[in-house]
Design a protein around this ligand. Sequence first.
Ligand code: IPM
Ligand code: MN
Length: 375
Amino acid sequence: MTKYTIATIPGDGIGKEVTAEAVKVLQAIEAASSLDFEFINIEGGGQYYQETGKEWEDGSYEICRDDADAILLGAVGWPGSRLPDGGLAGAGIVFGLRFGLDLYANVRPTKLYPGVLHTVHGERKQVWEPGKVDLVTVRENTEGLYAPIRGILDRGEVEEVGIDTRIITKKGSERVIKYAFELAMRRSGAPQDQTKRVTCVDKSNVLKGDQMYRRIYDRIAEGYPDIEKDYAYIDAYLQWLVRNPDFYDVIVTSNMFGDISSDLAAVLGGSLGMAASGNIGDNHGLFEPVHGSAPKHAGKNRTNPIATVISAGMMLDFLGVKHKDDEALRMNTIIDESVSALLKEGSTLTYDLGGNSSTSQVGDALSSLVTQTLE
Ligand code: IPM
Ligand code: MN
């Protein structure tokens, strides 16, 4: 038995519903594998802030830092719930953990599973063949435009200047680029030509930080002769991404560019409800769906839990790599195969994928598939 302590932070809105389903799937794994999980549930988010005046329970950060092997988060943010400085209440949890635990690689896979149709032009149809979209955006997660070097210049009670400073460092660039190359080594290449490829996405035709970042990319790439080097400016990349998604394997980019481009990439996977992510550092990992708390759907048991279930699978992969635990690695594969089987069969889908099943029906169906495979 290998035991892992998992901190769960369901957060706000649909975050609570989708986290419950991912935990259900993890419990199905626990029942039929040699993995054992201890869940520590942490309350927090914008709604919690409205009730208590705190973003999360006292001691939560320390639990995540000292006790948890990994963290699974639903979503934070609730309409009208703002901090005294106007900031989103609950964002302190996400940023507190990203920066505090130094989770420098924000890993966002986009994969089009067979059976999933897109809504790119309003109507649901097959725009790309399944298998043509299988890429990962690796977004730098601890600097760039998200560095907390910012402010407003108030003079005579007039807000005159707003400043956000973009910081690109050698250390921050080296480690995230290295992460991207290591990830590409574990993958089977781009769908188009099975070539392992890491695309460096930047704006180095203008920005100094990105010129340095590109030189660092070149230096790191020298250590990976089996991986094809590729460069794109962020603006051009976005249109190539939509036109030729099958060319891409791993994309490595700075914080804000990765924030924006990974939402666009998520469309290629059929739905934001399919978009999973991991915030990964050398010692800690936080896994969360890319979608937010979706207040208008909250409490209706209707949104897609698959992004959170895939995120939980990524969490097992992270634990597997970190602890050299083949069983944890295998359980990520089983989650992926179960998701694939569910989508292919097509009768238990939530509304975003054209079905009318509930969040919990999808969670139940995935748990049964996992159990069947492991029995
Ligand atoms: C994301 C989100 C967050 C970000 C927001 C909610 C602060 O958009 O994880 O992509 O900008 O990083
Ligand atoms: Mn985002």
